[in-house]
Design a protein around this ligand. Sequence first.
Ligand code: NAP
Length: 274
Amino acid sequence: MKKEPRRTRSPFKTVSPAMDLTRARPLERKVVLITGASRGIGAAAAKRIARAGGVVVVNYHNSHEQAQAVLREVEEEGGKGMLFRADVTQRNQVEEMARAVRESFGAVDILVNNAYFPFEVNFLHEISWEGVEEAISKELAAFYNCTRAFVPAMMEKKKGKIIVISTRLAQQPLPRMGAYAAAKSALETMADTMALELGPNGIAVNVVTPAFTLTDASAMMPDEFRERVRKSRPLQKHLYPEDVAGTIAFLASDEADMMTGTHILITGGSHLQL
Ligand SMILES: NC(=O)c1ccc[n+]([C@@H]2O[C@H](COP(=O)([O-])OP(=O)(O)OC[C@H]3O[C@@H](n4cnc5c(N)ncnc54)[C@H](OP(=O)(O)O)[C@@H]3O)[C@@H](O)[C@H]2O)c1
């Protein structure tokens, strides 16, 4: 009997134009919703994804003018998009956003769970219970609300991606940041569980874990701290929102189709240090 040649290439996915990273617009026609995209990492991801051809839904809460500026830049990149003001911790607002997006663009292909919620900075033995509860409940409610709103359409299509932005503090804590770190640890566990639960439906869930990044959220830290962090990294550079945006765009692309349940560190190497 003739022996079957052993396969060394996927029978489903040989290099196709859709997978070719050298292609200018690998996210062409993908609908990508980014929570908290008016500023910081979310805004940088919106522009990066637009450059790759994605249709971007710029969610924001209070910063209307900044969100408008992001949408303008999305359009300058040749992309399409829309703005939607919604407090993602509120289920009814997220559902309204889902309806509006469906009417304009159809189903969301990629959800980027990114919004940042300021928290009480304090030692865990001194922090108010309200401070702990608020950090955890906002972080988890936002993710819960968005997955409830956007996963059903992904399940129908048997394809979808969820990208969760966590923080390195979830594994490498800092004093007085405990409420935030605990909230993000719980968020990561939700993401991993969802990767298991949704995998059979063709939905991938991955976590991006940046270290200290220069945005409004981190602006409260003194210059001396910023410099110390920079110098302590093996790469000795600051991390900017744009340094995180490329990884988000990669995870959104077909190149990452077989990645789920992964946690990608963007730290400039600081995770290697004691
Ligand atoms: N910066 C860092 O050092 C760092 C490090 C690791 C991980 N991260 C993570 O990266 C993500 C982005 O953080 P960032 O530093 O880019 O934050 P940022 O610059 O402060 O931006 C925060 C964004 O979240 C939005 N937002 C806040 N509350 C919201 C709500 N209730 N509903 C909808 N949107 C809301 C804001 O919208 P409006 O302005 O319109 O209200 C804004 O667009 C967060 O998940 C954060 O935990 C940040």
